[in-house]
Design a binder for this molecule. Structure first.
Ligand code: B1M
Length: 213
């Protein structure tokens, strides 16, 4: 039986092929995808972050750990997302300008897809102009923004302001998330909702769509 400790060690040490194999073995052993995600992959990134803070890890170490985590996520993806479901709405997501962290954003995208949303992923380092253009192009019900840095979370407000000055703010709900954020911060910048983890994004989005009708 695969242990979560083994999975964590391989992610922390940036071993992508091993992470992929262990994730697959855990699935084969009947471990739930949610447990593998939370107690394995996400737990590993917390350790990586702590090591970075203590100067035991540097940027390249974070990068290879992220690559290993993504290898595990690739195996988990089909187990976390449903297929063939008629879209219940369109969701545009991106990591805000200046920010290159994409694992949390990718997870939110996966969860939303799994819940039956059509997902348009704008990627990382997304400018306010790109978010506004995506509203024109895709007419989403919800926009999601992710930020992992205290220096970039301020750019979420700029997106909301850009939507306002373009007359689009009332046509779309905005949800935000990411480690440095809080519910208060989300309210302060005028977002419609905040969720602490990716798993909460579909429920919040459905609630916002229902309230909007
Ligand atoms: Co960076 N990094 N990083 N990093 N990195 C953090 C975020 C940091 C906390 C590390 C630390 O100091 N302990 C720190 C930020 C400090 C701060 O501002 N408070 C930091 C720093 C400083 C930096 C650089 C500035 C380092 C440097 O260059 N000196 C640099 C910035 C680059 C840039 O973006 N411009 C940098 C670079 C990088 C890498 C590129 C090397 C790499 C990212 C690779 C990638 O994403 N492809 C990286 C990594 C891997 C991390 C840590 C270790 C892990 C992040 C992660 O993927 N976590 C991170 C430390 C940590 O978080 N423990 C750290 C797992 C992921 C699942 O969690 O993204 O939080 P997270 O998503 C969560 C929730 O936040 C939520 O759902 C997820 C859980 O279900 N969520 C949402 C996220 N977005 C959401 C949106 C929603 C809803 C929920 O709705 C729309």
């Amino acid at each position: 039986m695969i242990s979560m400790e083994e999975l964590i060690n391989n992610v922390v040490n940036g071993k992508a092929p091993e992470t992929e194999n262990i994730t697959q073995s855990a699935i084969d052993d009947g471990v739930s995808p949610e447990k593998i995600l939370t107690d394995g992959l996400i737990a590993a990134m917390e350790i990586v972050g702590d090591k970075f803070k203590k100067n035991e890890f540097y940027v390249p170490d974070m990068l290879i750990a992220a690559r290993a985590m993504k290898a595990g996520l690739k195996i988990l993806q089909p187990h976390l997302t449903a297929t063939g479901v008629k879209p219940i709405g369109t969701f545009v997501i991106g990591t805000v300008k200046g920010d290159l962290h994409d694992i949390g954003k990718n997870l939110v995208a996966m969860m939303m897809e799994g819940a039956g949303f059509k997902v348009i992923d704008l990627g990382v380092d997304v400018t306010p102009e790109k978010f506004v253009a995506a509203v024109d192009d895709h007419q989403p019900q919800i926009i999601g923004m992710s930020a992992l840095l205290t220096t970039t979370m301020v750019n979420m407000k700029k997106v909301i302001e850009a939507l306002e000055s373009d007359g689009k703010r009332n046509s779309v709900k905005v949800i935000v998330g990411g480690a440095p954020l809080s519910r208060n911060y989300a309210e302060d910048i005028g977002a419609d909702g905040y969720v602490e983890d990716a798993a909460g994004a579909p429920e919040l989005s459905k609630k916002l769509i229902d309230n909007g009708n």
